[in-house]
Design a binder for this molecule. Structure first.
Ligand code: SF4
Length: 635
């Protein structure tokens, strides 16, 4: 099958390796049993076939090519490219705008679109009516059309039987874009009718057999049949096609039922004049995904994760197959696994997200079945797999001037945002920042992502511009204070820590007072405070270390006293507040207590208790505080 050029961030090295290995072992896909991955306490059963299909990779390749080839044009997508929020947000972030939502509500009026614009047709195609609107505007609908060839195959099959005067019965969801597109194309050559499921097929059968009235048909199937549909004439010859992503077993049952109905009405000998022998029009990806899910459902997994967009028909059917056998959690990405005790997942029956507690069974070893829909990138499956498997709770991006990071066209804010997205259930910290590189973009990135800690370590070193220049720090104290102000405006409840050096060569009493003033203005939550000592290789090493040790010590003590006073005042204000802490270890002073850390990097001591352990996040109420430590009780 053709290979597509899709962005690397949709891929996963682990999942790709599994897929390649299975393909080599079983190129004709005879074996749908899952791949087993065993690590520590978790056994993962990974479906034989899942993730991006031909049509989706084709659509993504075309969308990125369109962006590359048309840097100066406005690029629109008719609606969602595929049913995956992650992919759609990504395209949106890259400058592609959506003309309408999935229900046809327009964000952009047709009047605002002109022949200079590019409009991409999504993978599930579009209606002839919309194609005509675009043509009237002289917009090229061919070059950047991502309609999946398997969707077009359904249109072609419908056209073929339509030309022989058969009415096309479309098994699909009337509100789904793919069904709307198929209905529009099918109605061009013949009459068409949409039925949702086997229950509606039974009603249609009764209408054909005269057991239910014509009037009932027009009411029951309102808005689902083509113009001038005449029940007396248009149900004498029928053929069934399906939206490519329906449940295979149901499609078969519908075709069998309607065939039986026509035999009953017209006799077996006349069947071919009344029932078109339409072969199944499900696409290969839907078939393979469903066969793999059926094989997963035959295992002894404790529960299943199905990953994908909630309005993806293809993914919903995987949930239907698996939930027959074991608890099945339909999640869009790893962030839905709130903790090991809580998961937010989509209930396909209630059509909304719900929270389930204690979803992980209390066993020494758990077995999890995993699959995903045709529009779900492998990288998202990988995130779910990794987080569950490895149980990491916090990650720190570390470097001396970590925010000066840049790689190709990406800066540190991009790296931080990507990390926050890739591990949404983990806390992300970074240290150390250089004031020169603390950009607005970085501040907004911290503010936008709940899992990036609202804590910035921003070394000031000295409050004197003269000393900063000697230190080669490349910023002024005015610039530094400005940054602090800006960060406080952008990030609510942001806290700061810093590094301060006492007694740098030539430091005067006035310089020292400037440092104390900066500390009073900023009111750091914490500080790392040192006496100056010459370090080889630094610019200052050549300078005369002319501040006596006695003066350095006195200045350092004044700095420490002031910081302790400020920290104590800040911490006293936290008494009575609620904090989420990550339990890191036993308390250094007593095995009866745990030591945890708040979002703002403060140590918090809590009593040991059977309800939580090292590695857990615990919500606590602060009841006591010193300048260095908070004490709390779980709530
Ligand atoms: S699920 Fe099937 S029809 Fe839909 S885009 Fe993928 S290959 Fe095409």
């Amino acid at each position: 099958m053709k290979k597509f050029d899709i962005p690397i961030h949709y891929k996963s090295s682990v999942i790709s390796e599994i897929k390649v290995k299975r393909k080599l072992e079983d190129p004709r896909k005879q074996d749908f049993s899952p791949t087993e991955l065993e690590t520590g306490k978790v056994k993962l059963l990974i479906a034989r076939h899942f993730g991006f299909c031909y049509g989706v990779e084709n659509a993504i390749e075309i969308a990125y090519k369109t962006l590359k080839e048309n840097p100066n044009k406005r690029i629109f997508l008719l609606s969602e490219m595929i049913h995956n929020p992650f992919v759609n947000e990504d395209l949106n972030a890259n400058g592609i705008s959506f003309i309408m939502d999935n229900y046809g509500n327009q964000f952009v009026n047709w009047d605002e679109i002109n022949s200079n614009d590019i409009v991409i047709i999504p993978a599930f195609g579009t209606t002839l009516e919309i194609e005509n609107i675009l043509k009237e505007k002289n917009i090229d609908t061919k070059t950047y059309n991502t309609t999946c060839p398997f969707v077009e195959k359904v249109w072609n099959r419908a056209a073929l039987i339509g030309k022989e005067n058969f009415t096309i019965i479309i098994h699909g969801k009337a509100k789904h874009e793919e069904t709307k597109a198929t209905f529009s194309h099918a109605s061009q050559n013949s009459k068409a009718l949409i039925i949702k499921d086997i229950n509606e097929a039974e009603i249609l059968s009764k209408i054909i057999l005269g057991e239910l009235s014509k009037n009932f048909f027009y009411k029951f199937f309102e808005n689902k049949f083509s113009k001038d549909f005449d029940v007396d004439k248009d149900l004498l010859k029928i053929g069934v096609v399906n939206q490519t992503t329906m449940l295979a077993s149901e499609t078969q049952a519908i075709a069998d039922l309607l065939k039986e109905t026509m035999i009953k009405k017209f006799g077996e000998e006349n069947l071919k004049n009344h029932f078109a022998d339409t072969r199944d029009t499900l696409c290969y990806a839907t078939n393979d995904n469903q066969s793999s899910a059926i094989a997963l459902s035959e295992t002894e997994a404790d529960f299943a994760f199905v990953i994908g967009g909630y309005n993806s028909s293809n993914t919903t059917h995987l949930v239907e197959i698996l939930e027959e056998k074991f608890p099945t959690y339909f999640i869009s990405d790893a962030s839905k696994m709130i903790s090991k005790d809580e998961i937010k997942h989509f209930d396909i029956h209630k059509q909304k997200e719900i929270i389930t507690k204690s979803y992980l069974p209390n066993k020494d070893k758990i077995t999890i079945a995993i699959t995903s829909g045709a529009s779900c990138p492998d990288s998202i499956v990988d995130e779910v797999k990794n987080l569950e498997q490895r149980g990491f709770k916090e990650v720190t991006l570390l470097g001396q001037n970590v925010n000066s990071y840049s790689f190709e066209d990406k800066d540190f804010a991009d790296l931080l945002a990507a990390s926050a997205k890739a591990a949404p259930s983990m806390r992300i910290r970074f240290t150390t920042s250089h004031p020169q590189d603390l950009s607005d973009k970085l501040l907004y990135t911290i503010a936008e992502h709940e899992n990036i800690c609202n804590y910035i370590h921003l070394p000031v070193q000295s409050g004197s511009n003269r000393i900063l220049e000697l230190m080669n720090r490349t910023y002024t104290i005015e610039h530094y204070l400005n940054l602090i102000d800006k960060a406080r405006k952008i990030i609510s409840n942001v806290s700061f820590s810093t590094d301060i050096i006492a007694g740098f060569p030539t430091e005067t009493e006035e310089d020292h007072q400037a440092t104390l003033n900066v500390m009073k203005q900023v009111r750091y939550d914490g500080a790392y405070m040192f006496k100056y000592s010459a370090r080889e290789g630094t610019k200052a090493y050549q300078m005369n270390d002319d501040v006596s040790d006695e003066i350095k010590t006195r200045r350092l003590n004044e700095i420490i006293d002031l910081q302790q006073k400020i920290s104590w005042e800040i911490n006293q204000n936290l008494i009575g507040s609620e904090e989420l802490i990550l339990i890191e270890s036993l308390s250094k002073k007593s095995d009866d207590f745990y030591s945890g850390r708040t979002d703002s990097n403060k140590i918090c001591i809590v009593p040991k208790n059977d309800n939580y352990k090292i590695g857990d996040y615990v919500k606590v109420k602060i009841n006591r505080a010193t300048s260095a430590t908070l004490f709390g009780d779980p709530i």
